[in-house]
Ligand binder design. Sequence first.
Ligand SMILES: Cc1cc2nc3c(=O)[nH]c(=O)nc-3n(C[C@H](O)[C@H](O)[C@H](O)COP(=O)(O)OP(=O)(O)OC[C@H]3O[C@@H](n4cnc5c(N)ncnc54)[C@H](O)[C@@H]3O)c2cc1C
Length: 415
Amino acid sequence: MRVCVIGAGVVGVTTAYLLSRAGHEVALVDEQAQPALGSSFANGGQLSYSYVAPLAGPGALADMPGWLFRRDSPLRLRYRMDPSQWLWLAGFLRACRASVSRASTAELLSLSYLSRDTLHGMLADAPMDFGLSRTGKLIVYRNPAQLEKAAALVRYQAAHGTDQRVLSRDETLAAEPALAGMGTRIAGAVYTPSEETADCHRFTDTLFHRLRRAANVTVHMDTRVQRLRRERGRIVAAQTPAGDVQADAFVVASGIGSRTLLAPLGQRAPLYPLKGYSLSVPISADTKDVPSISVTDYERRIVYARLGNVLRIAAMVDIGARHADVDASRLATLRRQVSEAFPRLDLAGAQAWAGLRPATPTSKPLIGNSRAASNLWLNIGQGALGFTLACGSAALLTAQMNGDALPIDAAPFQP
Ligand SMILES: Cc1cc2nc3c(=O)[nH]c(=O)nc-3n(C[C@H](O)[C@H](O)[C@H](O)COP(=O)(O)OP(=O)(O)OC[C@H]3O[C@@H](n4cnc5c(N)ncnc54)[C@H](O)[C@@H]3O)c2cc1C
């Protein structure tokens, strides 16, 4: 079958790769000149297989009033005269119910474990260098009550096969001495030895170059899909300024851009951009205070990952931001918070970046056949976890398109 995949971010490229490995003829289309220049460019680098609990949950409801009135809050909400924002927020509030959030956590865990296994299988078949490192992950808590809540979640996740340990302050500092600057402010941490980090841009770019060399793949960069043309219930072409791309099946994996492609077809995509920021700090062997383990400063929602000669720091959720430009005041807040936690880290050469997470209210991606056309497939809405979930999402979609036995239950992700 000839398949057209729209979007060369981490989700689209991984999907194109697995479809091409399954023997399909693939056309990959993106409006940018290079892959992974959207949300997949300089993200936090976390392959957080065990940390997939949705943003919406009873904890978010409790934290939100405090967050909304603090200038240095990890979350900023700007109300817009925009029904898509109101619908998304209403869905988010509904998803905060404990029963919904628990069910979503279990469903996302099944997808993230599939992702881990798929990625490791891909690497066993054909090794790749994209800075993958099994550093483990420390979620550091300042507030003892939050640590206690986290301990309860550790007990719940243990039932789903997750190996995690709750550490005291001293155990945390012994595990990661670079946290000394936070010293007595630390209550403790949750340590997950199996978590990995890697460079999402390098991963996507490496797979993309493999695709470029494959005999059954054509790549159309700098090519914006303006419209998907539907005739008699089937998509017949992706219309671009360079002409139509024809295929037997079409996969929309266009991140936040998916909304514009799907709306004219009547396929509602409950996606909203959650803007986030990152800093890439050059480091060397002598740089002081650089964590070796991947660290999350829970209260501030800041993640730190060592990716080769760069420390990647990512944070913040801005709801209602229209563009992926770097907001100077948010960046200044992030820099100040990083310097408080790691006083000896030199941020002078840090590169700032902002991206739009393509998020659904429940944090669950939409993976499967669209109701708008029999040959239209979606792989969208991975939100804050697109790198972590990309390989599993691609494997699940490929199995559905092939009519193979499904590796996990697809129902929770059905568009
Ligand atoms: C600050 C930040 C930190 C993050 N940290 C992590 C992390 O640590 N771990 C993790 O797992 N995830 C993380 N994420 C989330 C992750 O980066 C995203 O979920 C992921 O990049 C989404 O990938 P995507 O392929 O769906 O979208 P994108 O990477 O945005 O790709 C979509 C592509 O579609 C193309 N496109 C759109 N419309 C069209 C069109 N009409 N025609 C042609 N092409 C089109 C775009 O050009 C783009 O290349 C983070 C995100 C942010 C912003």
